[in-house]
Design a protein around this ligand. Structure first.
Ligand SMILES: Nc1nc2c(ncn2[C@@H]2O[C@H](COP(=O)(O)OP(=O)(O)O)[C@@H](O)[C@H]2O)c(=O)[nH]1
Ligand SMILES: [Mg+2]
Length: 324
C-alpha cells in the first residue's frame, strides 16, 4: 500500500475526533444501504496496533447512545483502510470512473487521538507533525464551542497556528520543495462541527445560514454556506490563518454533525421545535475538597444520523485521485 492516498483527521482537544470516526463507520454503512453499494472501514493493525478495537469499541458506544470516553492516556495514531464504490448511476459512473480510474475507492485514513491540550505543548520534533505532514489530505474538526474559543490555550486559532507552523517546518526540513508560495501542499476539508448544538444552531439560523431542502421535508437542516458560517462563527485570525496556509482551490468547507438531529418517531421528520439529538443530565459528584458539586453528562437521544461526515472524506478522495 505504498501509494495509497492518505487522509488524516485532526482537531483540538474534545473537538469530536473519536465520535467522528465512529460515526463515519455508521454513515458509510447507511450510505451503502441507500445507494446499493458496499463500503467498509477496517483497522490496519499491522501499521497501527489496536486500530480495529478502537473503532469497534467507539462504534458500540454510539450504538448504546453514549459518547466515547475522552482520551486521557497516551496519544495514539489509528490507521484505517476505506473501501467502496460510488453508485452506478450512468452519469455519475462516467464522472467517478474518470476520477477514480477503476470506480473502486480505496484510501487510508489516519486518526490522531490525544488528550485535550496535548497538541499545544508539542515541539517541532514530535512525530505527530511528521504524520500530519505525510497526509495528502487533511480533515480539520473545527469545534465552534464559544467557551473554548475564549480560552487562548484551547482556541482553534491556537491549535491551528501551532500545528500548521509545525507542519511547515517538517516540509522545510525535507528541503521545502513541497511548499509552493509558502503554502502547504495538502488538500483541506474544513469541518464546522457540532452544528446540531442548540446554541450554535440558533446563531446560524438567525444569520440565515441554515437551510431545509424544500424538496423533501424529511431531509435534515443543513448549513447552506459552510464557508460563510465559518467566517461568521470563527474569529478573523482563524479564518485568515486557514487562507494563509492552504491553496484556495484546495480547501472546501463542510457543516458537520456526527450525532445529527432527532427524528420524530411518528412523522419520520426532524421536528424543528425539538431538533437536538442530545440529552443532558446533571450529575452530582464529590469535588476535590470533598464538597458536593454538579456536572453535565451528555448522551445521545436516539440513533445517530451523521451529516457532513462522509462528504469531506469522499471529497478529499475524489480531489486527490483527480490529480495527475
Ligand atoms: N453537539 C454535539 N456534540 C458532540 C458531537 N460529537 C462530539 N460531541 C461532544 O464532544 C465531546 C468530545 O468528543 P470526542 O469525540 O471524545 O472528542 P476528541 O477528544 O476530539 O476525540 C463529546 O463527549 C460530546 O460531548 C456532535 O456531533 N454534536
Ligand atoms: Mg478522542
Amino acid at each position: 500500500m505504498a501509494n495509497a492516498i492518505k487522509i488524516g483527521i485532526w482537531g483540538g482537544g474534545g473537538s469530536g475526533k473519536t465520535t467522528f470516526l465512529a460515526a463515519l463507520r455508521i454513515a458509510l454503512l447507511k450510505y451503502a444501504k441507500s445507494t446499493g453499494t458496499s463500503w467498509s472501514i477496517n483497522g490496519l493493525d499491522e501499521i497501527s496496533p489496536r486500530s480495529s478495537l478502537f473503532l469497534e469499541e467507539n462504534t458500540r458506544h454510539l450504538q448504546r447512545l453514549v459518547f466515547p470516553p475522552a482520551t486521557l492516556g497516551a496519544p495514539a495514531t489509528y490507521t484505517y483502510e476505506v473501501n467502496g464504490s460510488y453508485p452506478s448511476d450512468k452519469v455519475l459512473e462516467k464522472a467517478w470512473n474518470w476520477l477514480t480510474k477503476s470506480g473502486h475507492v480505496q484510501f487510508n485514513l489516519d486518526v490522531f487521538d490525544y488528550p485535550g491540550g496535548y497538541l499545544i505543548t508539542r515541539d517541532a520534533n514530535d512525530s505527530l507533525w511528521e504524520y500530519l505532514a505525510g497526509c495528502d489530505g487533511l480533515i480539520y474538526l473545527f469545534d465552534p464551542d464559544p467557551k473554548k474559543e475564549e480560552n487562548a490555550n484551547e482556541s482553534n486559532f491556537a491549535y491551528l497556528q501551532r500545528s500548521l507552523d509545525m507542519m511547515r517546518r517538517v516540509f522545510e526540513r525535507n528541503g521545502g520543495r513541497a511548499l509552493e508560495r509558502g503554502q502547504l501542499p495538502q488538500h483541506l476539508a474544513f469541518c464546522i462541527t457540532k452544528y446540531d448544538d442548540v446554541g450554535i444552531f440558533k446563531e446560524l439560523e438567525d444569520r440565515d445560514l441554515i437551510a431545509l431542502d424544500g424538496s423533501d421535508e424529511s431531509l435534515p437542516p443543513f448549513i447552506s454556506d459552510p464557508e460563510g458560517a465559518f467566517e461568521f462563527i470563527a474569529d478573523e485570525l482563524t479564518v485568515q490563518t486557514i487562507r494563509a496556509y492552504f491553496h484556495k482551490e484546495r480547501i472546501k468547507y463542510f457543516g458537520t454533525t456526527s450525532v445529527g438531529f432527532y427524528v420524530d418517531k411518528q412523522t419520520g421528520k426532524v421536528d424543528m421545535k425539538r431538533f437536538s439529538n442530545i440529552k443532558v443530565v446533571q450529575e452530582e459528584y464529590v469535588g476535590e475538597q470533598g464538597q458536593p458539586a454538579q456536572r453535565e453528562i451528555k448522551s445521545i437521544k436516539s440513533k445517530i444520523n451523521p451529516i457532513g461526515v462522509i462528504e469531506p472524506v469522499l471529497w478529499l478522495h475524489r480531489s486527490l485521485s483527480a490529480q495527475p
